[in-house]
Design a protein around this ligand. Structure first.
Ligand SMILES: [Zn+2]
Ligand SMILES: [Zn+2]
Length: 279
């Protein structure tokens, strides 16, 4: 599989010359399976770059998988020009929380007064699939197996694991989780997702904070990078990409953080927008 980072900024986009290296767009990633299957994680403003990459491939089916519906993971829906083309089909899949599910969130946003063109008038084929349970198993086009589990985050969030049955590679995508607030059951489920049936090849994870940020951000829904490395080490995952960068963390701050990260784990790095990774 190959993974493209359209954006990995958290909470709000950032702009300007101080944010060029790691990028200022919010979370949206594109995964290409070994048979060319296309799966997009979340639709933050990085969706614009993801759509550019999709447009280089043959028009057809795309699965858009949502972790949850906070605006930093939805705001790029309007930036997807492929929604206005008849030859593309999007299967929008996501969990249902107390505040609603994928259809509620997307149809509310892609309609006036928030956007001039209602989703009903878009040319692409849009279809909704509500995950029956967050830990349900989905099989997509036979080769990509998708599993999920609930992780601690205000309002709820789902972490996903993708296994490519054909080439045996695997990825865990865990944005927006507050590891320090986990219950024992959430810890068990998430660690299982990471290590079963074998440790994932790559962990993409929310590392919004540092341990030094301390108590000030308890309840904000995010994890410190030190905990992310501990998760990777304890589950035997060799490679990690840390993301959901804080909106005010500029390139200089993130480069300094990456130095600390690499000293502790040479297989870990901070995610950069525009980067392709082979899994
Ligand atoms: Zn977020
Ligand atoms: Zn969130």
């Amino acid at each position: 599989m190959r993974l493209f980072i359209g954006g990995m900024r958290g909470s709000q986009p950032a702009t300007g010359g101080a944010f060029e290296e790691f990028g200022g767009d919010t979370t949206s990633l594109l995964l290409i399976g070994s048979h060319g299957e296309r799966l997009v994680f979340d639709a933050g403003t990085g969706m614009r770059a993801v759509a550019r990459e999709l447009a280089r491939t043959e028009p057809g089916k795309v699965t858009l998988l949502f972790s949850h519906y906070h605006l930093d993971h939805l705001a790029g829906l309007m930036m997807n020009p492929l929604f206005y083309r008849r030859d593309w089909s999007f299967y929008l899949i996501g969990p249902t929380f107390a505040d609603g599910g994928v259809r509620d969130a997307v149809t509310r946003l892609l309609a006036p007064p928030y956007w001039p063109v209602s989703w009903e008038r878009m040319d692409a084929h849009l279809e909704w699939v509500a995950l029956p349970r967050p830990d349900g198993l989905l099989i997509l086009r036979q080769n990509l197996q998708v599993r999920g589990c609930l992780v601690p985050h205000p309002g709820g969030c789902v972490a996903y694991r993708i296994d490519d049955a054909d080439d045996g590679t695997s990825l865990v995508f865990a944005t927006d989780l507050e590891w320090a607030q986990r219950t024992a059951a959430q810890e068990t489920e998430f660690l299982k997702l990471c290590r079963e049936p074998k440790p994932a090849d790559l962990l993409v994870i929310d590392a919004h904070f540092a341990e030094a940020d301390g108590e000030a951000f308890v309840g904000w829904g995010h994890t410190c990078w030190e905990d992310c490395l501990a998760i990777a080490e304890s589950t035997g995952i060799g490679r990690a990409l840390l993301g959901h960068h804080a909106p005010d963390a500029n390139d200089e701050a993130l480069r300094a953080r990456e130095e600390h990260v690499k000293k502790r784990n040479a297989g870990a790095a901070l995610a950069r927008a525009g980067q392709w990774t082979t899994i």
